[in-house]
Design a protein around this ligand. Sequence first.
Ligand code: NAD
Length: 509
Amino acid sequence: MTQTVTDHFTEQLSLRARALLHGLGADLPTEGALTVRTPVSGGVLARVPADGPQDVAAAIARADSAFRAWRTVPAPVRAAVVRRLAALLVTHRDELAELVTLEAGKIGAEAVGEVQEMIDVCEFAVGLSRQLYGLTMPSERPGHRLMETWHPLGVVGVISAFNFPVAVWAWNTAIALVCGDTVVWKPSETTPLTALACHTLLRRAAAEVGADPEVHQLVTGGAEAGEALVDDRRVALVSATGSVRMGAAVAPRVAARFGRCLLELGGNNAAIVTPSADLDLAVRGIVFAAAGTAGQRCTSLRRLIVHHSVADGLVERLRAAYDQLRVGNPLDEGVLVGPLIDGRAFDAMQEALARARAESGEIVCGGERVELVGPGAYYVRPAIVRMPAQTELVREETFAPILYVLTYDTIDEAIGLNNAVPQGLSSAIFTLDQREAERFLAADGSDCGIANVNIGTSGAEIGGAFGGEKHTGGGRESGSDSWKTYMRRATNTINYSTGLPLAQGIHFG
Ligand code: NAD
């Protein structure tokens, strides 16, 4: 495309984004210091305000003030806001998904899937609002009752990454709101438009059910705005999703003020393929996990650990499947791999491939740029690289579609390779041998927060707790009992007798 055609295309995308936002009830500010680019063409989509520390402090003050009343609203009544949000998301699913595509470059099916995930977690949170259970334990003292109660925590600061611009917010916000917390959201500086849309929908949902819209605040900006949220004592919980580098900066600062932190950081996810694996199924699972979202999921498959007896055949089949992948404009029907988020991601991918070559890696396929929509857009063919060993390079997360292939001889060796990286998010084994599957899931098996059998590493359901160990940060979000992070626990002992017996049988005086 010539520059003029690219500019014209970007202009169309920008107008479309504006129209979508308008349809979602949000109007774009005309000015702002934050430039929003679309990875589809690389051009400028919009400019929005970059909030400074004072704006962040003001948003926290509003959320803190709203919390005083919100915490006393019964949880099932609080859930009305989330129920209404789910209904609005159903109505506006396609518009919001298209905005996700424009801003983050996801293909249509995955963008719709991301919005569906928001709806799912809202439904979960509505049910949860009647299940914020505390335990009752038998007291050792006669005439006493011992129990735990769960209470709202306060303001939750949500910092999110570009690659799940809306779902991660919903995981946090739907749960936080039913738990009685209020939220200040700082989305990725790369994706503030989808954030504006979600913020508008949520405040509309609150207003429609008679709740206080101030329970949700949005601040837009980069790391500086994030830091203001991180350092503020009024923010009881900082839920931060992003790179390990970001987590390493955030965690000590929150700890220094004794705040609570929920970290969802980078992954370096592996799948083991054993000799008994159903290879048809494995190929499908591997391709989706490794090439889907152009390798830009925290759970993307980055390492394939294959038994040497099936390695050559599997790699050949993967190469053939990769050949079929259509790379291109994510707005087009039939495209499976959209763009990388920006030039930096492309450079990081090229640097990793150069290092792989220098380390005697064999590039089986991919890695080359596909010039589609002009110089500012970065489309690449997903790469497969056979590596002689799990080098430092393989142990790093490169946020791009590179699949490193390693081979193994024994299942212990394969599990050892799976675990021998700093990150601990997702993992999988493809096997029809129950012993191997159970071994992988056992205490001395995969050390990751997610360990799957016969499915890939990505695409988690919201019903389970989501998160990972080691440098992934240890946080858990979404389903199961993740809600406990968003509440504070009180242990209550009630004496309904006339005596005052002490615990441990102590007699005093
Ligand atoms: P990033 O770390 O560059 O940015 C994430 C967010 O942190 C942004 O909102 C950014 O403004 C903010 N931020 C950066 N430095 C900060 C600081 N010092 N203080 C406060 N906030 C700060 O990540 P990204 O490039 O947007 O996303 C990709 C990364 O996120 C990958 O590593 C990916 O694996 C990870 N990720 C993890 C999960 C998960 O659930 N584990 C989910 C999605 C993405």
